[in-house]
Write a protein that binds this ligand. Sequence first.
Ligand SMILES: [Zn+2]
Length: 355
Amino acid sequence: MRVTGARFPGRYIQAPELLSRLGSEVCSLGSHALCLLDGTLASRLEPLVYKGAGSSLKVVCRTHGGECSETEIAASVKAGRDEGVDLVIGVGGGKTLDTSKATAHELGVPVVIVPTIAASDAPCSALAVIYNEDGSVAYDRFLSRNPELVLVDTQIVAQAPARFLAAGIGDALATWYEAQSSLRADVPNCWGTHGAIVAHEIARLCRDVIFEHGAAALTDCDSNTVTPALEAVIEANILLSGAGFESGGVAGAHAIHHGLCELEDVHHHLHGEKVAIGVLAMLLILGEDDEFEHVRDFCKSVRLPVRLADVGIVEVTDEKLDRVGRRACKPGDIMKNEPIEVTPGMVADALKRLG
Ligand SMILES: [Zn+2]
């Protein structure tokens, strides 16, 4: 049976200084929360969380260890059980948020996600990427439901380095192209559902918002100022891209991202930066040369990489490109969601053309 559908978080809200209303926003979900705080920001965030919780919400804060690993999740689950919490709140970047989702899932309680950066479209999703202790990816864990609430304090996001926002734009850039590929190939998303009309419209809107407001949002982020442009791009990076990719499907751009991650060279670069290279290479592979020019100009305008050297691959060799191509086209993996058959050689050629 061909089933169409879409996935969303239970509720999504954003505003400057929204963390100050944490207690009243989550009171329908629970009254005693385990709050996982990103280790890099814990000392700054902890007082804001306690203040925002007010008198209606009892909070126990725990500083996240840095990795979303089975060990970290087990320790958080134990902390939650010992305290008898009925809610998990994650405040931080992707790994803290994914740990919070997995912890809540194991405890069988709702989860509230508070992203402190807009660097990827992970916050709204029902997915947690689990890492090994050495920092390599272990596996993707698909959870039974999306976060009950995603609360974005745009003042906090505006205070983070603009590079994170740019990376989020790179991740959001892939959403439209991958949903389009999935539609043309008539393949389902990771949950076995074909994207509903709303999935593709959200992906289109995601693209339009970042194209229109991306460059201005980065300038505003440089000055740590929340403006309508920055608010729009934060929503595109987190909500539109999140619902768009989960519902519309992923394809070649992320496949090439996975390939690039095989190389030590790229390890200091952010997910969305590598995804942007994947989008550009896929447009070349699909022969969409005019769109490639347009997207490359856009990437330059929003500080995203356009050449291999921009993501750390300074010395380009056939051996490296072959490794990237083979991982990108791993049989049964997401490259199959493209409407044409893509070979490792085609990936290597496209990356070479990027220079
Ligand atoms: Zn992504």
